[in-house]
Design a protein around this ligand. Structure first.
Ligand code: AMP
Ligand code: GLY
Length: 421
């Protein structure tokens, strides 16, 4: 098969590497891809992931047999709908189903209607009403922009002043454009967070290995939120008992609720859980693989990813018996100095060969080639993943490999997994 992957980050590198292992895949294309992905796929840097028309044209011109749409924006823009309309089979939810991620109000309403455990919340379209509501509440409290905001549309306000400022920024200041025109004000939940990525074909939902992300930029969860500074899987917090509760109270009810609302979700449903004193509750859904969670979950997959993606698209997931390796995986993200704020690109990267020689896999998130060398070209630059027979071993190997890599201003957290080893 000739397969096109849409996207160009560390997650897409992990997807491409796994698809490359499939006996079903002969040719792999990636649009736009990056310098690392170019080692396993033919990249098409001129086609942006958000240019749905160009993606469809590329798929047609190249006569691809299957397209995997991984990032949030093209899904929300209807990339899968547009491909399927042209008769090109594609992996990922429709734009309608992708509202599970692209509208926090859409998914919150669904959870409320079907009794799926989540934080109590209210929706506001009018700033003055939102501010008046805040006067009746106490901090900490959570303010969320309705739409996609590059993972930055959530403020966990520690004081009422901070909460009010967030509401004004979003609803008057236009901080997130249209995405902030409507906001959710939400009860603050307390507990540890776990990510459960699930393959879902609308009839069957199969959880992958549970993982844990590290969103803050500095050690001990200090500093601003990022796209994710590291991850590991499986999560020791996601015990059999919690997994069973999550499956019965959240994961299966979510699929049933989507069906009851008259839409079918096909793709990866990302279930972000908070493990509260009262049990697991939903923090958020995403309509896609997580990044960097994918860089620890897919290396543990012992089945053919292409076969799974086709089964999801064809709604035959129940025929498969998906297998997982018994090991643990850890991923350390190397970021540009200054990220998630301003940072410089174009820094020469060395030592990736040594990291791989040490047994790790280096996933490229933001890199490009310049004069025959790999240079930085993004906030998150690389994700270094290693496997081990327990979490400690996986984390230690990932750090040993990551320390072989150098570029000016490189920053990594030094405590990925340390709370749970
Ligand atoms: P989200 O973009 O929805 O994943 O939110 C980003 C982060 O904000 C989450 O990973 C949580 O750490 C935090 N968060 C979101 N909603 C809540 C909530 N209701 N209570 C506490 N923390 C939250
Ligand atoms: N790692 C969080 C996300 O992919 O949204």
């Amino acid at each position: 098969m000739k397969v096109l992957v849409v996207g160009g980050g560390g997650r897409e590198h992990a997807v491409c590497k796994k698809l490359k292992e499939s006996k079903l895949v002969d040719t792999l294309l990636c649009a736009p891809g990056n310098a690392g992905i170019a080692q396993v796929a033919t990249c098409v840097p001129g086609v942006k992931a958000t240019d749905v028309e160009a993606i469809v044209k590329l798929a047609k011109d190249e006569k691809v047999d299957f397209v995997c749409v991984t990032p949030d924006d093209p899904l929300a823009l209807g990339c899968v709908d547009a491909l399927e309309k042209e008769g090109i089979p594609a992996f990922g939810p429709s734009a309608y189903a992708a509202q599970m991620e692209s509208s926090k109000i859409f998914s919150k309403n669904l959870m409320k209607k079907y009794g799926i455990p989540t934080a109590e919340s209210e929706t506001f379209e009018d700033m003055d009403v939102a501010l008046a509501y805040l006067d009746t509440k106490e901090a900490p409290i959570v303010i969320k922009a309705d739409g996609l905001a590059l993972g930055k549309g959530v403020i966990v306000a520690q004081t009422m002043d901070e909460a009010k400022e967030a509401v004004v920024d979003m609803m008057q200041g236009g901080k997130f454009g249209k995405s902030g025109a409507r906001v959710l004000i939400e009860e603050c939940m307390f507990g540890r967070e776990v990510t459960v990525l699930c393959f879902c074909d609308g009839k069957t939902i199969v959880p992958m290995r549970a993982s844990q992300d590290h969103k803050r930029v500095f050690d001990n969860d200090q500093g601003p939120n990022t796209g994710g500074m590291g991850a590991f899987a499986p999560s020791p917090l996601y015990t059999k008992e919690i997994a069973e509760r999550a499956m019965n109270e959240i994961i299966v009810p979510t699929m049933n609720a989507m069906n009851a609302e008259g839409f079918t979700f096909k793709g990866v449903l990302y279930v972000g859980l908070m493990l509260t004193e009262k049990g697991p509750k939903v923090v958020e859904y995403n309509a896609r693989f997580g990044d960097p969670e994918t860089q620890v979950v897919l290396p543990l997959l012992d089945s053919d990813l292409m076969e799974i993606m086709m089964a999801v698209r064809n709604q035959t997931l129940s025929d498969l018996n998906i297998q997982w390796k018994k090991e643990y995986a850890a991923c350390i993200v190397l970021a540009s100095g200054g990220y998630p704020g301003k940072y410089e690109g174009g820094k020469v990267i060395t030592g990736m060969d040594k990291a791989e020689a040490a047994g790790a896999t280096v996933y490229h998130a933001g890199t490009k080639m310049a004069d025959g060398e790999f240079v930085t070209a993004g906030g998150r630059v690389l994700g270094v993943t290693a496997l081990g027979e327990n979490l400690r071993a996986a984390v230690d190997s990932a750090y040993a490999a990551a320390k072989q890599i150098h570029f000016d201003g490189a920053h990594m957290r030094s405590d990925i997994g340390s709370k749970d080893c």
